[in-house]
Design a protein around this ligand. Structure first.
Ligand code: NAI
Length: 714
């Protein structure tokens, strides 16, 4: 667990090496093993200084979240934090100089351990990351980070790092003052650490020295006052009051930095305990960490199904999606055949990779040789036969059923039997598209999100005949490109597009009711969605939504007479306001200026006299999405609530503080949620009727994740 050795005659080198975990993490066992090794070194008269490092590629990935998520009470969590504080405090006051020799990524509690050392040296490796990302999971750094970092680099420099949870490269960490020196490799790292102990060897922290002053000024200096004032306003606009952790971090820094150090640590423990036991942190840890990692790890991969590794992937269509898919595939080491109607079109798609790789090279994240090697993996062509020998095809041509059928047939003519054909269609049911295939068991949906290089989710859609074999290959592929898969069954819009649309349509219902569009947009952002529903409609394009609906109406042989249908008919057919790409939709987009809601909306959707409370609008927007997500579970489109949570956050930006659409229902309580929906249905119609699955759960007192119970015990 901790390798201890004496180096250079009189220096103890303590290296984390957790053999039974994928990475070094801080848990009860590793903390107590380190504590013991550390006390031994302190007690050893022949040891004059201590170097802390790791024998694994990373230094310490952070605290074990299982340890935090599983605590039963506030008392337990605060005692754990207190014990860690005592260890770190003992390190900085033990009288011997301690150097953190940062050989790899160090995050969260691991970096807080470095802060308790007297000096920090890191290897300048482009993959190394340094940071305190706790806030991203609804937590605050609880190992002294909120108190040591601002005392070390100043309040104004520390706050953004704490509030945004930024992970910095070694080089940026040096510039930010988070580490003191950089070296080129592990050998130089240990040598430098030894040299520092032998030459400087200071064993007192700045904040324990007489007359210590916070760099840049304290809380009550003009700088401090201004930082907190501006920070609070910014925070409110960013979090809309939905995330307690950033506020707790700000308070911990503001209060703690006015106190003597040991008292300040107590303040941190108080806020840490509040956050760690909050329902928001539980939601975020459950969905953004545990669930996402389980999906990423391939929890849905059928067991024991052997499939060939994808060495060569054929991508049909080098447009926006195909270009992005080619990039992520080549980056993961696969040979890519990028096929379009002409070589020029295919090359245009390859330009996207040229651009992204060029940016990595210019930012020093990749060498030119490595970028050239990746680019060389993408072969452009207009020849349908060039995909021969691919283990997998990903089709991303225009959203046109006949065209998709043609390219399916062309590919299958040259593919081996073992190859899988995946379509990136966003709206066309997979089972229908599979009719063009002579091997529908190896035909499947692989729905990426735009921009492909940034969006983490991939929705894998099982057509009626898609096999476990096809699914296994897709999950292996998604794992290789380091994205998060969810597996869903075929249905119109699948899961993500179907529910995402409900957010927009509810916004349109409100508009037609005469609710002020400004209020609608505020409600959308206020409940934590990335943008208001009308702005989303503009971004996706009102015309695209109109076309998809028309196609659906044609396929199903029925016409929809709903608010969204009436509004998009008006905007597309009569007003020619098709969305952002045309510079006019619900908003006006003046060139070079800021967008604003189109004043003409007032004429078509006169405001009703009495405007509703914004809280009601927020509730409508979130409840409507969540109840429709539950319908997807009831209909078997979704296989689990957990997938529903992951898909909702990563797919269309359902607010992370809720933990996703299903955790949101749990957070309110299933019974209460059902009651709310019934009340909303009484006023707004049957679209709010709660699905049977929820009514049954409510009757039995069940919940999806027992989130309610967790809160009560906290
Ligand atoms: P796009 O219009 O940017 O690209 C389509 C490409 O297909 C064009 O480069 C076109 O020249 C090419 N193409 C047409 N016929 C071809 C043929 N016979 N062989 C090879 N290439 C051919 O479209 P985009 O946005 O990339 O969408 C592609 C597919 O991905 C569509 O099915 C779309 O519904 C789906 N999709 C789109 C998303 C988006 O955000 N744009 C998100 C998820 C899926």
């Amino acid at each position: 667990m901790i390798n201890s050795q004496i180096i250079n005659g009189d220096i103890a080198l303590l290296s984390f090496n957790m053999t039974d975990e994928a990475m070094n993490i801080l848990n009860d066992t590793s903390i107590s093993a380190f504590h013991e090794a550390f006390e031994k070194a302190v007690a050893d008269e022949n040891v004059k200084g201590i170097v802390v490092s790791s024998d694994k590629p990373e230094f310490i990935a952070g605290a074990d979240l299982k340890m935090i998520a599983n605590v039963k009470s506030a008392k337990e969590i605060s005692e754990k934090a207190k014990a860690l504080h005592q260890l770190y405090r003992r390190m900085e006051t033990c009288g011997k100089p301690i150097v953190a020799a940062i050989n790899g990524t160090v995050l969260g509690g691991g970096y807080e351990l470095c802060l308790a050392c007297h000096h920090r040296i890191a290897i300048n490796n482009p993959k190394l990351q340094v940071g305190l990302p706790e806030v991203l999971l609804g937590l605050l750094p609880g190992g002294g980070g909120t108190q040591r970092l601002p005392r070390m680099i100043g309040i104004a420099n520390a706050l953004p790092l704490l509030l945004e949870g930024r992970k910095l490269s070694a080089y940026k960490a040096l510039a930010a003052g988070m580490v003191n020196e950089l070296v080129k490799d592990k050998e130089a790292l240990i040598n430098k650490a030894v040299e520092w102990i032998n030459t400087v060897g200071k064993s007192v922290q700045p904040w324990d020295e007489k007359g210590f002053k916070i760099p840049g000024g304290g809380v009550h200096t003009p700088m401090g006052v201004q930082t907190f004032m501006a920070g609070s306003a910014l925070l409110q606009s960013k979090t809309q009051g939905n995330y307690p952790a950033p506020t707790a971090i700000m308070n911990a820094v503001q209060e703690g930095l006015q106190l003597q150090f040991d008292r300040a640590l107590e303040v941190e423990i108080r806020y840490f305990t509040q956050c760690a036991t909050s329902v928001v942190a539980k939601n975020m840890m459950r969905s953004l960490f545990f669930a996402m990692n389980a999906n990423k790890g391939g929890k849905d991969r059928p067991k024991g199904v052997e499939v060939p590794r994808v060495e060569k992937v054929g991508i049909l269509g080098a447009g926006m999606m195909g270009a992005g898919i080619a990039y992520v595939s080549a980056l993961a080491g696969m040979d890519v055949v990028l096929k379009d109607r002409s070589v020029e079109d295919a090359e245009k798609g390859k330009d996207y990779s040229r651009k992204l790789l060029g940016a990595l090279v210019s930012r020093g994240k990749m060498t030119q040789d490595a970028a050239d090697a990746i680019l060389a993996k993408i072969q452009t062509t207009d020849d349908p036969n060039a995909v021969a020998g691919s283990q997998m095809i990903i089709e991303a041509v225009f959203e046109d059923r006949a065209l998709k059928a043609t390219v399916t047939k062309e590919s299958e003519a040259v593919l081996e039997d073992s190859a899988v054909f995946a379509t990136n269609t966003s709206t066309l049911p997979i089972t229908g598209l599979a009719e063009a295939s002579v091997r529908p068991d190896k035909f499947i949906g692989l729905h990426f999100f735009s921009p492909v290089d940034k969006m983490q989710l991939v929705e894998i859609i099982m057509g009626e005949q898609s096999s476990d074999y096809a699914l296994a290959m897709c999950i292996d592929y998604v794992k290789r490109i380091k994205k998060v898969p969810i597996v869903v069954n075929d249905s119109r819009g699948f899961y993500t597009s179907r529910i995402f649309t409900t957010y927009v349509t509810e916004g349109m219902n409100m508009l037609e009711e005469g609710i002020n569009p400004n209020l609608i947009e505020h409600a959308g952002k206020g409940c934590g969605m990335p943008v208001g529903p009308l702005a989303v409609a503009d971004e996706v394009s009102i015309e695209l939504m109109y076309k998809v609906r028309k196609q659906t109406e044609k396929d199903l042989g029925e016409t929809r007479d709903t608010a969204d249908a009436r509004i998009s008919n008006l905007l597309v057919e009569k007003l020619d306001r098709i969305g952002k790409k045309a510079g006019k939709g619900f908003y006006e987009y003046p060139e070079g200026g800021k967008k604003y809601l189109w004043p003409g909306l007032a004429e078509h959707f006169p405001l009703k006299e009495e405007q509703p409370d914004i809280e009601l609008l927020k509730k409508r927007l979130l409840h409507y999405q969540a109840l429709n997500a539950a319908k997807c579970l009831e209909e078997g489109v979704l296989r689990s609530a957990q997938d529903g949570d992951v898909g909702s956050i990563l797919g269309w930006g359902f607010p992370p503080y809720t933990g996703g659409a299903f955790s949101y229902i749990d957070m309110i309580g299933v019974e209460q949620f059902v009651k709310d929906c019934e009340e909303l249905a009484a006023t707004y119609g049957e679209r709010f009727n709660p699905p049977t699955i929820l009514k049954e759960m409510a009757a039995k007192g069940e919940s999806f994740f027992a989130a309610k119970k967790e809160v009560e015990t906290a």
